[in-house]
Structures are given as structure tokens and as C-alpha cells.
Write a protein of this length. Structure first.
Ligand code: RAM
Length: 356
């Protein structure tokens, strides 16, 4: 399995199938969101099963106007094209479960063979996903899982991401002090899992005994909201040593706020960001280091995994393998999880070597 960060040229984001607006996102909280699960395998895998041409593969990101999801789904579109399937991207501009339910139903009614979803809530999308499964769709979680997917394509393991985040903030504030988390939405399975992993890493390692996570606030993967939450954090905690934002939207907004404030060089900003969005803040001295994976590879892997699942090459049982195009062979892990690889760290030495 190879993980070059840069393999394919980036493609323009496919146009949305439709855009609806929805508000309100009820549902679960951080406490019950972190142990997302797949439904468990059914049937027997046939590793030699052919992937039929013409599969309808629908990608439902958390939201459409997010540069991160654009890159992920462009990678998905490449995979679907290689598999001679039909790629459709569906979603609204707000990261809510409510809006996703409408797009799940629309995909199902349009005869979707595979729904690939980054869930905005681990449970609220499940009745619709279960109905879509009954109607013939294979259900793949990617980026942010729901509790009713058949498999989950994770960008990295939660533990590796949590560890990278804690290591970075610890290094950047000298091993002791306070930091806050600027997250995405309160119900996001992925961010909640990463925050929980950070807490675990800190609790289990003596070297982090002097690090304190003082707050978690939510910018809802909205640039302005995240910017204002960052501003609010500095008002609430004027002595804060750092901020960890495990979302590409949040970390870019936090860096923009700090870069133009009295806190530049005083408050560490790190998290998960794209090199293109973060490069200027590395060069102006606001940010020392941040991490990510290749978002394009995540979408590409999810496309191949979904087709393998629909074709019966895999069922979601641990140990099954499948070929993911130019990424090579992947193995299904425990709980139907397929892990893309390790996060990469970006700093002044390498940030300009990447273009995403
Ligand atoms: C944001 C989204 C996405 C997450 C990345 C790191 O773009 O919240 O779900 O995986 O950040």
C-alpha cells in the first residue's frame, strides 16, 4: 500500500446535484457520538467478484462549500470514473443532518447503488440510510461516520490523529499550559472522536500532565463563525497558550484571526488544515506546524471501497482485502474500518511542496 501525498492532479469540484437549505440539527452530543460503529457484515465475500459497470455512486459530504470536501470528492469522482460508474455529489451548504436526510432519500429514489456519506450526526441520518440500504444501496461512511454504515473509510485512525494533535500543541507551547479546541459542529462524529482521542492521549501519558484543555467551542465549519469563536476564546481566556482546531475550516479561520492580532507569535495555532489554506500563516509566523492527509486519496479510496462492497468483494468483515486502484490493496480492519494512512505534518520545510 503506498501513500504518496501527491498523485493525481486535482479536478474541479463537480457541480452539486441540488442545493437545499436546512437549519436545526438535533441529535446526539459529544458523549454519545464518539463510538461510531458500522452495522457489521452480512453475507460472504467473493474477492473475485467483478465490479459491474454503471454503478451509481453518490457522495454526500458534510457540506458543499468546504474546500476540503471539494478535494475529497474530486478524488472520489476519479475513482468512479476509473470504475466506469456514475458519480453524483449531493448536499447542502450547511453541515446539518437534516439536510443530509433529504439527499439520502433523493439518492435512494434515484436508484443509488452506493451512498458514500460524511455524516453530520452519527444517528440522525440512520433511518434514511437504513431505508436506502433496504432499497439496494451499499452504505459507506467516509470522513465522519454514522452508526449504521456497512464500512467506514477513515482518513487515519482516531488514535493517530489524536496523538498528532496533542504532540503538536505540546511541542508548540513548550510542554505545559492551556489550550482550547475550536471544533466543527457539536455532533460531528469525526471531530468528537478526535477530541476524545486527544483527551485519552493526555490522560495516559505523564509527559502531558501539565497540558490542560480548557474549553471546546464550535465554529460549525463556517469561516465567519469560526473566526468569531476564536475571537471569543481570546476574550474568555486572555492567557490562553494555544488553540487546536481539528477542522480545515476552523484552523484557517483561527490562524487568520491570530495573524492579525496582538496574539500573533504568543498563541499557538495548530490542527488539521490544507497546505494551500495554511501556507501564508506558516510563512507569516502565526502557525508553526499542522497536519492532514491527502484528502483526494480519501475520496478515491472511498469510491473503490464502495464499489468493492456493492460488488460483494468485501462485506465489511475484518481481514477482507480489495484493490483500490492506484492506491493498491487495502484491508478491512475491526468494525468495518478501512484506514487510509498516517497523518502528515506540514511546516515551513514542506508546506509549499503540496498543492491542495
Ligand atoms: C473539515 C471537516 C472535515 C474534516 C476536516 C479535517 O473540513 O470538518 O470533516 O475531516 O475538516
Amino acid at each position: 500500500m503506498k501513500h504518496p501525498l501527491f498523485r493525481r492532479a486535482l479536478f474541479a469540484a463537480p457541480a452539486a446535484a441540488a442545493v437545499l437549505f436546512a437549519s436545526a440539527c438535533g441529535g446526539t452530543t459529544i458523549d454519545d457520538a464518539q463510538d461510531s460503529e458500522t452495522t457489521g457484515p452480512t453475507g460472504t465475500a467473493d474477492p473475485n467478484a467483478e465490479i459491474p459497470e454503471g454503478l451509481n455512486i453518490d457522495f454526500l459530504p458534510k457540506q458543499l462549500n468546504n474546500p476540503y470536501s471539494d478535494i475529497v470528492n474530486a478524488g472520489g469522482a476519479v475513482a468512479v470514473e476509473e470504475l466506469a460508474g456514475n458519480f453524483t455529489e449531493r448536499g447542502g451548504t450547511e453541515p446539518t443532518a437534516d439536510s443530509q436526510v433529504e439527499y439520502i432519500n433523493a439518492a435512494s429514489q434515484a436508484g443509488s447503488d452506493v451512498i458514500v456519506i460524511a455524516a453530520n450526526d452519527p444517528d440522525a441520518v440512520c433511518p434514511a440510510l437504513n431505508e436506502a440500504r433496504d432499497n439496494g444501496s451499499a452504505i459507506v461512511g467516509y470522513d465522519s461516520n454514522a452508526n449504521c454504515t456497512d464500512i467506514f473509510v477513515n482518513q487515519s485512525s482516531d488514535e493517530l490523529i489524536g496523538t498528532a494533535l496533542v504532540e503538536m500543541i505540546s511541542e508548540q507551547i513548550g510542554g505545559e499550559g492551556t489550550f482550547a479546541v475550536l471544533s466543527a459542529t457539536p455532533n460531528a462524529t469525526n471531530q468528537n472522536a478526535w477530541i476524545a482521542a486527544m483527551e485519552e492521549v493526555m490522560a495516559e501519558n505523564e509527559e502531558y500532565a501539565d497540558l490542560e484543555m480548557v474549553d471546546v467551542v464550535y465554529g460549525n465549519d463556517d469561516d465567519l463563525d469560526s473566526f468569531q469563536k476564536m475571537q471569543g476564546l481570546m476574550q474568555s481566556y486572555p492567557d490562553l497558550d494555544g488553540v487546536v482546531s481539528p477542522t480545515t475550516v476552523g484552523v484557517a479561520a483561527a490562524a487568520r484571526y491570530v495573524s492579525d492580532s496582538e496574539y500573533k507569535g504568543e498563541v499557538a495555532v495548530t490542527g488539521l488544515g490544507t497546505p494551500n489554506q495554511m501556507s501564508q500563516y506558516i510563512h507569516d509566523g502565526t502557525v508553526e506546524e499542522f497536519a492532514l492527509w491527502n484528502p483526494s486519496d480519501l475520496g478515491y479510496l472511498a469510491g473503490y471501497a464502495g464499489a468493492a462492497l456493492k460488488a460483494g468483494q468485501i462485506t465489511g468483515a475484518e481481514g477482507e482485502t480489495f484493490q483500490a486502484g492506484e492506491l493498491g490493496e487495502y484491508t478491512v480492519g475491526a468494525d468495518g474500518e478501512i484506514v487510509l494512512g498516517e497523518p502528515t505534518r506540514f511546516n515551513a520545510d514542506n508546506v509549499d511542496d503540496f498543492d491542495f
